[in-house]
Design a protein around this ligand. Sequence first.
Ligand SMILES: Cc1cc2nc3c(=O)[nH]c(=O)nc-3n(C[C@H](O)[C@H](O)[C@H](O)COP(=O)(O)OP(=O)(O)OC[C@H]3O[C@@H](n4cnc5c(N)ncnc54)[C@H](O)[C@@H]3O)c2cc1C
Length: 349
Amino acid sequence: MKIDSLIVGQGLAGSLLAWHLIERGERVLVVDRDELNTSSKVAAGLVTPLAGARFNLPEGLETRLDCARAFYWKHEEQSGQTFFHHRRIARLFQNETEKTAWENRLANEGERYARFHEPLTVDPTHFPAPHGGFEMKEGGWLDVPSFLEYTRQSLLERAAYAIGRVDSDDIALEDAGVRWKNVTASKVIFCEGWRGNQNSFFDWVPMNAALGDILDLEIPELAREGRIINSGGWLIPMGGGRFRAGSNYRHQFESESPDEGGKAEVLAKLGKITPVDPIVRGHRAAVRPVIRRSRVFLGTHPAHHQVAFFNGLGSKGVLNGPWFAGQLVAHLLDGTALPAESDIAGNHF
Ligand SMILES: Cc1cc2nc3c(=O)[nH]c(=O)nc-3n(C[C@H](O)[C@H](O)[C@H](O)COP(=O)(O)OP(=O)(O)OC[C@H]3O[C@@H](n4cnc5c(N)ncnc54)[C@H](O)[C@@H]3O)c2cc1C
């Protein structure tokens, strides 16, 4: 089998990359281990434009946000399915420090922030919000598992998907590309998620993976709430009084399985958002691929032009992923430069 690109892993990174390459007319093969609880399959898929306690609006965020929206909408049109659920976010300040940080943002950069906020109203019996807050626009959540499944089916129709494990030691480098089993390709791109440095080409990448838990809840008292609630933790309405709540970051973990400690951490965060008791219906956990300094990391291997990497999507993968996948494809096919802080060739660690 002769193809242009062998993609290892069909999480969010591998899926986004496959679509961008297919759009450029490339023949791809995506090989995935088909595991049950990967980061992409467990992820809440939130897009939170003003994330963090300081409400930073990083350089280029608007571009990446617009790119993500356009990308998911295009695939919604193609598939007739809804993947991105546009929702307002009730951002409740956790303390006076957050409130002051927000007020300073508006005082100093009000024009740039105007697109993203409106005044907040909440029912104080459900959400006491003692420090106030604001309503964030332009957010929402991606149904990542549905998007992955749609991608998988589309790849299957093109005979471009296989279940399997690609071991980096089984990749033979040739002048014109790579060979893996009966597949010859001009390049291989590793999109392996948090185990991305358990790979002989990329064992030097400083992974700082973080286990996170998500709870499926029933909270009938809050059934009328249609917004995502965010205040340290978050609560996503799924309809009919069902919610999803999360999440925590554990950089030290012995097992990837959900445990009582993780559940207690998420419930403690929820307790700070609402006094209403939830009924816990489900609990999942997975490991986010985070690279040191929370950077997306991508590009061509410093010594092997046929080997590339796309990883580190972290907790903003849904927002950042489509733009970075486009950058990587332009780099691989047209030789354009990658953003310096994310370019693997620079190896800025
Ligand atoms: C609890 C939790 C909450 C999250 N919430 C959000 C959120 O709200 N918003 C957001 O944007 N992001 C969120 N994320 C992060 C998001 O999941 C990631 O940014 C993104 O999904 C990572 O995608 P990936 O493809 O890099 O990795 P993965 O999803 O881990 O995919 C890697 C894939 O490669 C396969 N694979 C690995 N090695 C091989 C191999 N050698 N051969 C074949 N296949 C292989 C794996 O089986 C897997 O399918 C969350 C993550 C977690 C765990």
